[in-house]
Design a protein around this ligand. Structure first.
Ligand SMILES: [Fe+2]
Length: 306
């Protein structure tokens, strides 16, 4: 996940790589043999809990790729081994990092088919919610779809577009595309909606919520609409966007973003909960979950952009 979060303090046990030596590109040595039995066991429990929920909820491409890469409950994967299997399929590798890295370094990795993945595993106290991406979120949630050739091309193109977004001061627009697809995307299938976003796939509660709860909106993907839409970083999403296929996503995004950025520069942001004219509404949220937490907007504002 790309969430703004506090830096782990050196020596802070929640991330034992916090003070690890970093290469210029922010990668570190995973030092796989150093994981403890307790850390591997934590992976196993997270893996088994999540794997049970995914049949019929995760998209087929994800489930197939997870099996193809040999990801299993046996223990925290060795990044080098997994990279070798991944690389044989699409040329992607996973690169161990200590935590969140600067945007330019992140984009440079993606543009070169390297996915920066957190090497630490979340502490017991944060099994259900974590503030920064750990090895379970990144390897279980993100790595499998890197084996899908079309998704792999989409993510490389995203990385290549990053520098331009930074130069134009429109990173917030591009980040929303990542958020609502790579992290929290849904995909249509003949059997119904399925999940492909890593933020959902690595969270048991959001796996259920995103597909089965009546609270959030579910709206057909539209590139410009998504890039105008704010998002929630500390709770479930108020709106999920649904792509038709990875091919269509790639096709929609494989274009020069210059004129799109010009339009976005002049267009107002859209609140996370809001519906706008022309939305292809799949389900209109009743926001019950958010209301119960005092997080929902007033009902008369539900259709307002802002
Ligand atoms: Fe992520």
């Amino acid at each position: 996940m790309r969430r703004a979060s506090r830096e782990a303090e050196p020596g802070n046990p929640r991330n034992r790589y916090a003070s690890a030596w970093r290469n210029k590109d922010w990668t570190i040595d995973q030092n796989w043999p150093s994981y403890s039995a307790q850390e591997h066991d934590r992976w196993r429990r997270l893996f088994e809990r999540q794997a049970k929920l995914l049949p019929g909820r995760a998209c087929e491409a994800f489930l197939e790729a997870k099996a193809m890469l040999g990801l299993s409950a046996a223990g925290i994967p060795d990044f080098a081994d997994l990279s070798d299997r991944l690389s044989a399929l699409t040329g992607w590798r996973v690169a161990p990092v200590a935590g969140l890295i600067p945007d330019d370094a992140f984009f440079d990795h993606l543009a070169n088919r390297r996915f920066p993945a957190g090497a630490f595993i979340r502490p017991e106290a944060e099994l259900d919610y974590l503030e920064e991406p750990d090895v379970f979120h990144d390897m279980f949630g993100h790595a499998p779809l890197l084996a899908n050739p079309v998704y792999a091309q989409f993510l490389e193109a995203y990385g290549k577009g990053g520098r331009r977004a930074l130069e134009r001061g429109q990173l917030h627009n591009l980040a929303r595309l990542y958020w609502y697809t790579v992290e929290f995307g849904l995909i249509a299938s003949p059997e119904g909606l399925r999940i492909f976003g890593a933020g959902i796939l690595s969270s048991p509660a959001e796996t259920i919520f995103s597909l089965e709860d009546s609270s959030p909106n579910r709206i057909g993907f539209d590139l410009e609409r998504v890039m105008r839409t704010k998002y929630m970083i500390d709770d479930f999403q108020q709106t999920y966007f649904v792509i038709d296929s990875f091919e269509k996503l790639l096709q929609d995004c494989y274009q020069d973003f210059g004129t799109l950025y010009d339009r976005l520069h002049a267009a107002p942001d859209i609140a996370a909960h809001a519906l706008i004219e022309d939305d292809r509404i799949i389900t209109k949220g009743d926001f019950r979950y958010f209301r119960a937490k005092g997080k929902a907007p007033a009902s008369d504002a539900l259709n307002a952009a802002g």
